[in-house]
Design a protein around this ligand. Structure first.
Ligand code: ATP
Ligand code: MG
Length: 158
């Protein structure tokens, strides 16, 4: 189905912003234009829900979560960035493996199964995009994903 991504993304962020219990600030750096993407909206919602709930799980009180969209060569590049504990460099790529969790003890107390990002990678790749992470231990993590997009509903470029 064709979905206007800005509105779709803002709705998901709104839902988390209204229900969050932590003192975490949401900052949106979203362009003021429309981007039509052909997606399975339920699956993309699941992907974004997992990325945001991870960011919240690992955010300290008073931390910021930043949401961004950049347009790059026919793709939207979406990012969700947190000020959390980060991930050791040697483990960053492994967070997309099934059942992988960085710190078993810490992960157990946080709940979850370690499947969220493995499913996210499968779904984003099925949509013709890519997903990856950049992280600095002790400073925070940014998850990026890309999606091919069209400029209008008819799929025409102006
Ligand atoms: P599930 O999503 O299945 O409930 P999960 O959140 O542990 O469980 P993933 O979403 O796949 O699983 O994430 C895998 C692991 O990557 C997490 O257990 C955590 O160790 C690490 N991780 C993911 N996102 C972040 C983040 N924003 N900051 C720090 N670590 C993260
Ligand atoms: Mg998760």
């Amino acid at each position: 189905e064709f979905v206007e991504f800005n509105k779709f993304f803002n709705r998901i962020i709104d839902r988390f912003e209204m229900s969050k219990s932590q003192q975490v600030h949401f900052k949106r750096l979203l362009p003021d234009s429309q981007f039509f993407v052909e997606i399975d909206a339920d699956k993309l919602t699941q992907v974004i829900d997992n990325i945001i709930s991870n960011a919240l799980k690992y955010s300290p009180d008073g931390g910021n979560i930043r949401f961004g969209i950049i347009v790059q060569e026919g793709f939207l590049k979406v990012m969700v960035s947190d000020d959390g504990m980060g991930i050791p460099k040697e483990n960053v790529e492994r967070i997309f493996d099934r059942f992988y969790r960085v710190d078993r003890a810490r992960a157990r107390s946080m709940g979850g199964s370690g499947l969220g990002l493995a499913i996210a990678r499968e779904m984003i790749e099925a949509h013709g995009g890519a997903i990856w992470a950049e992280s600095e231990e002790g400073h925070g993590t940014t998850i990026f994903f890309t999606l091919p997009f069209e400029l209008d509903e008819a799929g025409e470029w102006d």
